[in-house]
Ligand binder design. Sequence first.
Ligand code: UT7
Length: 328
Amino acid sequence: MKAAITATARYLPERILTNADLEKMVETSDEWIRSRTGIETRHIVAEGQATSDMGVEVVNRILEKSGTKPEEIDLLIMSTMTPDMCAPSTAALIQAKAGLKNAWGFDLSAACSAFIFGLETGTGFIESGKYKKIIVIGGDAMSSILDFTDRNTCVLFGDGAGGVLLEPTREGGILDSILHLDGNGGDALKIPASGSLNPASHDTIEKRMHYVWQDGKTVFKFAIKRMADVSEEILTRNNISGSDIKLFIPHQANKRIIDATAKRCGLAPEKVLININRYGNTTAGTIPIGLDEAVEQGRLKKGDYLLLASFGAGFTWGSMLIKWGEPV
Ligand code: UT7
């Protein structure tokens, strides 16, 4: 028994923030952002709109597309680093708003790799035989933790969410995964005052410690190597070459990191899903948003091999190999 992705959905907030808008906010340029990252626009939540609101939209769209009733969902895994609040979990908020009355659920924290960590977790629950319908969402309202006076970070991220329905299958499905965690990289990308170490105080606010801080160069160096290594490794151990892969959906943090990984795996540009230009880095949202776009565009057919890969804060990174099932 394996787990198959049987439906996908995404939600991007309406408001768009362009590079030209950012030029008015910090010392930056459209040229710098495009050439260093590949980003042109990103979506930003409306005032009062939180991660759970995006999650509910994703759940409702998954239920509608798959003809599933809310009460049929057994488990909801919400992968995010921008929960609405520490407690209750964002999964609980979504569960109530979407009426998933028979589902239990939890939030999963692994920054940019949270969606594939969630997919691995959901896969295990399906393979156990105990659960039949699991929704895994990846989504972040990054604008809620961005310092819009810090050009090193505010140009990089955007808001958005995507998700999948996982169900048992005897054909194809999620075939393999390689996941990693190296906490020694923790200082390179963090939000210093976002938990029990530095509870909110006037001091933490004055020092702007509630915002994302990143040593971009260090993260870049690790990301470009680790994401390529782990993508190559999963292909090699499954005796699959780049030419066998129909589509590669990488985490969208930097177009240069994506291009380097694709090159190492022998993947032609047309096999690589790129949407960083439109959405920026939506953290846990990038892969499921890309997946839903790929399905919508008919880029995946039954039997196609799909490769996913990510790298993010922690450090966390990994790859997954999927054989696509019946078209959604
Ligand atoms: O998804 C989570 C994982 N995150 C990542 O994978 C991100 C990894 N890192 C990166 O993508 C890149 O390191 C960045 C896009 C963040 C930065 O690109 P870079 O080519 O590594 O630039 P840099 O940090 O070496 O900065 C080059 C210059 C610096 O100026 P000096 O010191 O050379 O005078 C920066 O101060 O660019 C400057 N700079 C900017 N200039 C205009 C930094 N940010 C900006 C900006 N606009 N927004």
